[in-house]
Design a protein around this ligand. Structure first.
Ligand code: NAD
Ligand code: DAU
Length: 331
């Protein structure tokens, strides 16, 4: 299949492209603005098999240049970090809102199938039980609000124009190449360096962990088998309190419990996310990786791939950490 995959220099998109090239022989063009989170190194395993276009999804000329004779668009491009959306929300409206709209127009002009990669955060927080695709949308952060707006726009293109649009909503992903601003890679790298592990609030917020390859295959499933105009949840097999995740990372890295530091809570911090994935399971998708195994693999990957994270830890990421926590990382 000929695909335009936007935002695939990032964590999940690069995994998706690897899977599509290796397992399906797809002909892929990647469009990515290479923000702080996007790195061409993430695509190095498939660089000779794909076409790469540097550009933003909110730029119609860049989209027209990248789209070629694609049969479908899969959109991963987004501003993705909740803490950044609290500190600096406008970039989220532009990429997540306007960018999605520009891609949808390009799909409409050419009659292309369109898959929007979305998140469990659009449903907000749930104390017990799990969200289904018909649960009310109650996003809490500027990140999740802009993702929700994008989902509604995507679905409006099905209802209004009959475009084959679909939405895949994933729970918290983890795995190789995740930018170390997110909980799991941040804690792994800090533990390996002997830096403090900043746990927000009481550490009892719960996330539903999904190994990145499982989400990549879930999105592929929606692309191939999903019904236009429909939403599919894609949740992980295990949930876990943040503090338990951090303690397990300390064990796996051999670091000391005293590195844990409870810090001021995130503003508007959602307590728990949980997705029911029965609708996608009915199409034949199942998550393959349990959290205990996936976390061990992820720690091993960061241990063995310092070439990937060293430039990040020494540069932009360090400045971000200092601004966010008001103190320096130990070097
Ligand atoms: P990421 O931050 O690692 O990567 C985002 C990518 O988008 C980067 O390559 C970046 O350069 C690119 N990008 C940003 N703005 C752009 C723009 N204006 N034009 C073109 N490219 C742009 O993100 P990720 O964690 O891989 O998430 C990918 C998608 O999956 C996002 O849409 C996110 O909302 C969704 N999602 C993420 C998770 C998770 O746990 N990480 C879970 C569910 C859904
Ligand atoms: O649920 C899916 C979402 O998961 C995606 O849509 C987002 O793009 C992705 O960033 C992620 O959002 P979260 O806010 O859940 O992930 P994050 O890794 O930022 O935080 C996970 C939990 O850990 C959350 O409860 C906040 C907490 N946390 C996070 C960081 C970075 C800490 O306690 N300390 C930290 O330093």
């Amino acid at each position: 299949m000929k695909l335009l995959v936007s935002g695939a220099a990032g964590f999940i998109g690069s995994t998706f492209v690897e899977l599509r090239v290796r397992e399906h022989g797809d002909d892929v063009t990647v469009l990515d603005a290479l923000t702080y989170a996007g790195r061409q190194e993430n695509l190095r395993e498939v660089e000779s098999d794909i076409r790469f276009v540097a550009g933003a999804i909110e730029d119609p000329d860049a989209v027209a240049d990248a789209i070629g004779d694609a049969e479908a668009i899969v959109n991963f491009a987004a501003e993705t970090h909740v803490d950044r959306s609290i500190a600096d929300p406008f970039a989220f409206s532009v990429t997540n809102g306007q960018g999605t709209h520009v891609l949808l127009e390009a799909a409409r002009e050419r009659g292309l199938r369109y898959v929007q990669v979305s998140t469990d955060e659009v449903y907000g927080s749930i104390e017990t039980g799990s969200f289904t695709e018909t649960s009310p949308l109650q996003p809490s952060s500027p990140y999740s609000a802009t993702k929700t707006g994008a989902d509604l726009l995507v679905l409006s293109y099905y209802h209004t124009y009959g475009l084959e649009t679909l939405v895949a909503r994933g729970s918290n992903n983890y795995g190789p190449r995740q930018y170390p601003e997110k909980l799991i890679p941040l804690m792994i790298l800090n533990a390996m360096a002997g830096d403090h592990l900043p746990v927000y609030g009481d550490g009892k917020n719960v996330r539903n962990w999904l190994y990145v390859e499982d989400f990549g295959r879930g999105i592929g499933h929606v692309l191939a088998h999903g019904k236009p105009g429909e939403v599919y949840n894609c949740g992980g097999p295990d949930e876990c309190e943040n503090i338990a995740v951090v303690q397990r990372i300390l064990q796996l890295t051999g670091a000391d419990d005293s590195l844990i530091e409870y810090v001021t809570d995130r503003l508007g911090h959602d307590r728990r996310y949980s997705l029911s994935s029965e609708k996608l399971a009915a199409l034949g998708w199942r998550a393959q990786t349990r959290f205990a195994d996936g976390l061990e693999r992820t720690v091993a990957w960061y241990r063995d791939n310092a070439w990937w994270w060293e430039p990040i830890r020494s540069g932009a990421y360090r400045e971000y950490y200092e601004r966010h926590y008001g103190r320096s990382l130990k070097s």
